[in-house]
Design a binder for this molecule. Structure first.
Ligand code: SF4
Length: 399
């Protein structure tokens, strides 16, 4: 029995828990799935310390003290977008192109080349939905990336980007994904899910891929053997019932396919967008949200806190509220959250900094590949052996 299991039992035996709190704690201890009503109750009535205890119990049952990160960089091909999501601070319409950017294929390949001598394992490619960047263009890009770095994992494009790309190319979801996979696509990130409730989705991002389309693209990807991530945008106009409904649809799809690697709650940030009047959630709310997600999503192995979005300190705290993954080194290669007002305006951490961030709160840092294969165990790792001063470790170079 691990220490969390013991402490959960002690809390139950102490008779301090009553009613629904007790009922839920017994379910968690017995590894029974909690219901939609249970999850709404946890959000609405339970104390943060109690929800954290349950979430940490599950986190340690599933992953012990292991806390995962990866060494990655982002490419954002463009921030020009045909859609007009009200919460988006990042995109520009084609008619505002002078305020945005579009990278050429060569510029993106130069970024790939610049990482060739660094031991990164993943490139994460997402951006705006540009009307002129086609399926053909991106297939060609993927093939060229693989020529430069055959072992670099390409995690690319949200379901929203695919829905538009495939529609323009007049191919089905299955055909489109097969074409992308042949070109080099290795997995799919979780963005674009926002909130699944159809009425609310219509209100905040009504012109892009629907809930049904988002879920169909991920289900098809899983059937074709691709793993994917999933997200939820929270802290805007949604109710707790909306959040639980969203997670329930993900839990159902995961029951069907088992294809999701991790769930990533994304906090709404209110700078420079059409919803700037909506206040942001508190850190307490953020932690409770991670914890309820960890308790509700019993068929997910991992819950990720995206540190460029919530900042380093909250990311550290989240490791006691169900989170076991804090994403990657990033290397200042994304603008999505800095443009929305996040604490991290130039998100970049060396491997050593990431490792220290994890060990400073008593957890065990593990560098993972995109699919949670262990690349390096950093417990007791001696960084003084390194010779480039960048916090990069001398691992085999990918090429
Ligand atoms: S959230 Fe994505 S799809 Fe929506 S406007 Fe921004 S870049 Fe475009």
């Amino acid at each position: 029995m691990n220490r969390e299991s013991k402490s959960l039992e002690l809390v139950i035996e102490s008779n301090k828990l009553v009613g629904k709190d007790l009922e839920i704690a017994i379910k968690v201890l017995n590894k029974q799935r909690i219901s939609i009503d249970d999850a709404i109750y946890l959000y609405e009535h339970s104390e943060l310390s109690y929800v954290g205890l349950l979430a940490n119990y599950i986190r340690e049952e599933k992953n012990g003290d292991f806390t995962y990160f990866n060494r990655n960089f982002h490419i954002e091909p463009t921030n020009i977008c045909v859609f007009t999501c009200k919460f988006c601070s990042y995109s520009r319409l084609l008619k505002q192109a002078d305020e945005g950017w579009v990278l050429s294929k060569e510029q993106m390949l130069d970024i790939i080349r610049s990482y060739k001598d660094k031991p990164v394992t993943e490139v994460h490619i997402v951006g705006g939905v540009h009307p002129k960047l086609t399926l053909e263009f991106f297939c060609d890009l993927f093939k060229s990336i693989k020529e430069i770095s055959p072992n670099l994992h390409i995690k690319a494009f949200t379901a929203v980007e695919y829905e538009y790309m495939f529609r323009k190319a007049k191919v089905s979801v299955e055909e489109g994904l097969k074409i992308m996979m042949e070109a080099g696509l290795d997995s799919i990130p979780g963005g674009g899910a926002e909130i699944f409730d159809e009425v609310l989705r219509a209100e905040i991002c009504g012109d892009k891929a629907t809930t049904a389309q988002w879920l169909e693209i991920h289900e098809t990807a899983h059937k074709l053997g691709l793993k994917s991530n999933c997200t939820m945008l929270y802290g805007h106009l949604e109710s707790y019932a909306h959040r639980v409904d969203h997670m329930n649809r993900l839990r159902e799809l995961q029951d069907k396919t088992g294809g999701f690697n991790t769930f990533i709650p994304l906090k709404f940030r209110n700078k420079d967008n059409e919803m700037s009047n909506v206040p942001e959630t508190s850190v307490i709310e953020d932690l409770k949200n991670y914890a309820v997600a960890r308790i509700f999503l019993d068929n997910f192995e991992h819950i990720k806190a995206y540190w460029p979005m919530i900042g380093r300190s909250t990311a550290q705290l989240s490791l006691s509220f169900g989170v076991d993954d804090i994403d990657g080194t990033i290397d200042d290669t994304t603008k999505i959250y800095s443009m929305a007002g996040s604490e991290e305006q130039n998100p970049q951490l060396t491997t050593q900094q990431l490792v220290e961030l994890i060990t400073n709160v008593g957890r065990h840092p593990i560098e993972r590949g995109t699919l949670y294969d262990v690349v390096q165990d950093y417990k007791d790792y001696d960084f003084s052996k390194e010779n480039n001063g960048q916090g990069f470790v001398e691992l085999p170079i990918l090429n």
